[in-house]
Design a protein around this ligand. Structure first.
Ligand code: ADP
Length: 727
């Protein structure tokens, strides 16, 4: 008897770790720890101690192997059940381990919790010499304030504060940090909506008021007021339930500030922000505030979808068609699709907003699976821009130039009127290709299958795939000829050069990921443009979306055909969306806008549809084409990407994988074939493409297939469900 009592079996805790493991690991619960699902714990794994989330606690009766005990319970808010369910769902969808999305969900905890903060406060001692700025500082510092905040409030430089600290008139105190998240006030008045907006807001209000899972497409041209409408839906959700939370997803950091400002003025306080530009400390605070329910509105990039919301009432996916919702590396996911899944798990509404919805979303709206709200024209006096195609065969630019006479004439008129022009070319750098005039050698990356792009500002040749770069050589590395390397084709830098030489008086700016490298720079550039500090902006797609530039009346698309080359599944759709969006930057206020699209193929269906403003006609043709060949949304697609340093090993594994493919009804496997990018960073790449009927459980098929092979240590297999890139 006594022996039995000694070996009393405790409870077993299953802990999910943020690592690519097939499932949660079991640990023994130390006596008295009293864990429950959602608790965050530290557990040993090999020599390491890791953070994990308790998934299950069960009686250990029958535990037949000794388990390591949980090391400690962490002082963190509980990880919500819905978020955990979502992590599992996302993993299953992506045919990946749940630890991969969990790692994203826990990223906010990487920085330590900021407990104390340093503030300064007046000591009562008067300064040796009193000045108005010193007095303002000492008045303001009668209560402890952060140093930067004090400088701002007293409108002084930090030097004034430093001097007062040195004299002992101010001192530093360490204080408990207080919550920096202000509660939104949904009772503040919103904008007065126009009739079309009011009708959409009422319908959307009705939908979110149901308080259950629904998906709504909010469809309206750029500038029609979609943001106004979803702000009202958010207000309703926040009002109806004082604990409810709202998540707004945006595709680009550059867009966040404008949306944050609009939420701040609608609800009387800035929402929480979540993207790569947010500091680790601030992320930690935001993560906790989301988990405790204190942060009620979050505006963020795709990874905000993995935040620990306990009470989501509404998810808004703005610019839902945007390709950057697809995360292509690490854990591969499409945030718009996952937003719908998360809303389903949380049983709340999701709103997908766009002027150019994706084919998938439009199809779901047409077939009644999603609700569909359409907004009328632009708000107020603003009109849609007129869109004209410039046939480059008839109005070609001069040799070595890229702007046609028609476009430059329109630019001259625009500048004369004191208005702004935007030249759009979705290509960074100066020239996409550099070749040797003497021997024809093309400059390529040493370790990848890609041409090097010339950047004149930095004088370097850059691989846009991997970031590899080198100084542009004076002699051809192949034949040794001197000064023989010539630049082929334009990038934004070259278009700027041309615009500058044509309009020497104009103030120019280039907006690309090379000139605008973070959120603050994006904000500064957008503000300067909105204030009219530039006459001409040359931009990649970084500036094509969402922004409102009041004096911008002319958009020139330098190469309308660019996106149509290469021809993957979504090439035409993407070109249509991008050109419509960028054209939509023109004429946002009373002044009429105009877009000129330079093209060598004015008869192409995409160009015709854009010129006619016939989105629905264009989408109908695209849908019919996809249906004819069984591509999404009519069929399912997945890519398997194999990569490794050793071509022989890769080839052998590709053959083994092909041989191991299960028989699947309604599944067709193409490949293996060399990937179009067959070499990246020294790794060879091969691809399979799998197409199935809609009714097939493609994820189970892929999981079964992968389970049939042993993946060699020097080969990597990546599964990309619903691929957007075919390279
Ligand atoms: P969308 O999101 O459809 O592109 P926005 O909501 O950004 O449109 O509206 C475009 C512009 O028109 C914004 O500057 C916005 O402030 C203004 N606007 C739209 N609707 C209204 C309204 N009802 N009252 C005042 N301004 C509005």
């Amino acid at each position: 008897m006594g022996a039995h009592e000694d070996s009393k079996v405790g409870r077993v805790v299953q802990v999910l770790l943020p690592l690519r493991l097939p499932e949660g690991f079991d640990y023994a619960e130390p006596e008295g720890m009293d864990l429950a699902p959602g608790d965050m714990v530290a557990v040993p794994l090999g020599p390491r101690t890791l953070r994990g989330v308790v998934e299950l606690v069960r009686d250990g009766v029958g535990a037949n192997r000794p388990l390591k005990p949980v090391a400690s319970r962490l002082d963190e808010p509980r990880f919500p059940k819905g978020t955990l369910a979502f992590v599992h769902w996302a993993a299953k969808y992506a045919v990946d381990s749940p630890g991969a999305p969990l790692a994203i969900a826990l990223r906010g905890l990487n920085a330590p919790r900021p407990r104390l903060e340093r503030r300064v406060v007046a000591t009562g001692k008067r300064p040796g010499r009193s000045t108005p700025s010193r007095s303002r500082v000492l008045d303001a510092a009668s209560v402890p304030l952060g140093r930067a905040e004090l400088a701002r409030m007293a409108a002084v430089s930090d030097g004034v504060i430093r001097a007062l600290l040195e004299q002992g008139c101010l001192c530093v105190v360490e204080m408990e940090r207080h919550s920096p998240f202000t509660a939104p006030d949904p009772d503040l008045p919103g904008s007065i909506l126009n009739p079309s907006q009011a009708a959409a807001a009422a319908a959307l209000g009705h939908t979110v008021g149901e308080g259950r899972f629904t998906v709504t497409l909010l469809d309206g041209v750029t500038g029609s007021g979609k943001t106004e409408v979803y702000l009202e839906a958010a207000a309703l959700v926040l009002k109806a339930d004082p604990g409810a939370q709202v998540l707004v997803l945006l595709p680009e950091i550059a867009l966040t500030q404008a949306v944050i400002d609009r939420f701040a003025s609608r609800f009387g306080g800035a929402p929480a922000e979540w993207h790569s530009g947010v500091s680790p400390t601030r992320r930690r605070e935001t993560w906790e505030a989301v988990a405790t329910g204190e942060a009620r509105i979050v505006v963020g990039a795709r990874s905000a979808l993995f935040l620990p919301f306990g009470r989501l009432g509404l998810i808004i996916v703005d610019e839902e068609h945007d390709g950057s919702y697809k995360q292509e590396e690490g854990f591969i996911y499409q945030a718009r699709d996952l937003a719908v899944a998360r809303a389903k798990i949380e049983d709340c509404s999701v709103v997908l907003a766009s002027a150019t919805p994706s084919l998938e979303t439009l199809y779901n709206a047409q077939t009644g699976r999603y609700r569909w709200l359409r907004l009328g024209d632009r708000h107020g006096a603003a009109r849609m821009p007129s869109i004209e195609l410039v046939d480059l065969r008839e109005s070609p630019p001069e040799a070595g130039q890229w702007l046609s006479p028609r476009l430059t004439a329109a630019m001259a008129q625009t500048l004369e009127r004191g208005e702004q022009a935007l030249l759009f070319l979705n290509r960074r750098g100066y020239a996409p290709l550099v070749l040797c005039r003497a021997c024809g050698e093309r400059m390529r990356a040493p370790d990848s299958d890609s041409w090097l792009v010339e950047h004149r500002y930095t004088g370097r040749l850059v691989c846009h795939l991997t970031g590899y770069s080198m100084v542009k050589p004076a002699c051809c590395p192949h034949c040794g000829a001197k000064d023989s390397l010539i630049s082929i084709g334009p990038g934004v830098e070259r278009v700027e050069e041309e615009a500058r030489s044509r309009f020497p008086q104009a103030r120019l700016a280039v907006f690309s990921s090379d000139t605008v490298t973070d959120a603050a720079a994006a904000r500064a550039m957008i503000e300067a443009m909105a204030l009219g500090e530039f006459d001409i902006m040359v931009a990649t797609q970084a500036a094509a979306k969402g922004h409102n530039f009041p004096a911008l009346t002319l958009v020139g698309v330098v190469d309308g055909d660019l996106g149509l080359r290469g021809g993957d599944l979504r090439a035409a759709e993407r070109t249509y969306q991008l050109l419509t969006q960028v054209s939509g930057r023109a004429g946002r206020q009373e002044r009429p806008g105009r877009a000129l699209i330079q093209t060598w193929a004015p008869d192409h269906a995409v160009m015709q549809a854009i010129a006619a403003g016939d989105r629905d006609g264009f989408m109908a043709i695209e849908l019919a084409e996809r249906e004819a060949v069984g591509l999404p949304p009519f069929g399912r697609l997945a890519a398997l990407i194999l990569s490794g340093p050793d071509p022989m090993a890769l080839e052998a594994f590709a053959r083994a994988l092909a041989a191991a493919a299960p028989n699947g009804d309604g599944v067709i496997i193409y490949g293996p074939a060399d990937a179009p990018l067959a070499l990246v960073r020294g790794l060879r790449r091969k691809r399979f493409l799998v197409r199935s009927e809609r009714s097939v459980d493609l994820q189970s098929f892929l999981a079964a297939w992968r389970a049939r092979v042993k993946i060699p240590s020097r080969v990597r297999l990546t599964i990309d469900v619903d691929p957007y890139s075919f390279l």
